[in-house]
Design a binder for this molecule. Structure first.
Ligand code: FAD
Length: 299
């Protein structure tokens, strides 16, 4: 069985950045990646310093080449089990068994989507979830934000900064007593339309979004929309290792200290797996920081 100084599970911006930094410090690194980054559906990724607008998959291709150039072994596979011991045994779906003295979990998050017809066709492009990622591209458009939880009202303020044609579509099962009335009043004063109803379909015209059809059959014309997918828990690997977790308003995340140490010595985590609010550049930064700490810890 091959033994590595560090085994990294997950090859998004966080894992690839950690692999590159550790490789440059001459650590023997393996990175195992299932190849399902959360932003795969997006044609462009925005806001990464010097790489604004690059395709997410192209960014990963560049990141893989950089990590490999410093000796990281990259395996395309899914890790099914991590067995603690003197070092950690990593088992993959493809039947590989590896040993890592340190383990890094950069497994990202998995999203659960609302059941709206046509979502898959538009997701990550004219239907988005994050104003930082898509707000500029969707600016000034007639836009619908679906609201399925009271706390999502706050996202409307961000979107209202980017377009003055915003409709907030409040799902019929949202408990309006739990929605902050002052926020509603403020949104109305800003010119935001509020409407109650359930989104049934994202309607297209020529491949682009043209509106949101409601369960009652009415249509809100829109060429941009925001939804709020929920985060489907942390990686099963973190659960099986019994790591401490943080229950945040945006979902469960692996608890770490500032350097990325989890509650189990030798297991580290960063990127969205540890902080669901992270973006590409902050996930990559987390990978860099954690790599430096691991390197120091091995001296
Ligand atoms: C539609 C969309 C658009 C976005 N646009 C932007 C944008 O424009 N700008 C921006 O900064 N951010 C954007 N984001 C956020 C950005 O994608 C994330 O912040 C970033 O990808 C997180 O990086 P990560 O390395 O933590 O996880 P990921 O990039 O999700 O990578 C995690 C990797 O781990 C792998 N993995 C998981 N479990 C295992 C396992 N058991 N074994 C092996 N591999 C495993 C996954 O397959 C995946 O390849 C967007 C997100 C979405 C959903």
């Amino acid at each position: 069985m091959n033994t590595y100084d560090v085994a990294i599970v997950g090859g998004g911006p966080a894992g690839l950045s950690a692999a590159t930094v550790l490789g440059r410090m001459r650590r023997n690194v393996v990175l195992i990646d299932a190849g399902e980054p959360v932003n795969a559906a997006a044609a462009h990724s925005q806001g990464f310093f010097t790489r604004d607008g690059e395709s997410p998959l192209r960014l990963l291709e560049l990141g893989r080449a950089e990590a490999a150039s410093y000796g990281t072994r990259i395996i395309d596979d899914y890790v099914t089990e991590i067995v603690p011991g003197g070092s950690f045994t990593i088992v993959t779906a493809g039947g590989e068994r590896l040993s890592g003295n340190q383990v890094v979990l950069t497994t990202g998050v998995r999203m659960e989507f609302p059941d709206i017809i046509g979502l898959e066709k538009h997701w990550g492009n004219d239907v988005a979830h994050c104003p930082f990622c898509h707000g500029w591209e969707l600016r000034d458009r007639p836009t619908v934000m679906t609201m399925t939880k009271p706390m999502e009202i706050h996202k409307a303020f961000m979107i209202a900064e980017l377009t003055d044609q915003l409709t907030v579509l409040i799902a019929t099962d949202v408990d309006m007593d739990a929605v902050d009335q002052a926020s509603i009043d403020k949104l109305v004063a800003l010119g935001v339309s509020l409407r109650h109803g359930d989104a049934r379909e994202f309607v297209s015209e020529g491949g682009a979004l043209s509106g949101v059809e409601l369960a009652d059959g009415s249509l809100i014309p829109a060429t941009g929309a925001y939804i709020s997918p929920s985060i489907a828990g942390v990686s099963p690997l973190a659960v099986a290792l019994n790591l401490d977790l943080n229950d945040t308003p945006m979902g469960l995340a692996i608890a770490t200290d500032a350097a990325g140490r989890t509650s189990m010595p030798g297991v580290w985590a960063t990127g969205q797996a540890a902080d669901t609010s992270m973006q590409i550049v902050t996930s990559a930064a987390g990978g860099y920081k954690l790599a430096a700490e691991i390197f120091r810890s091995l001296l």
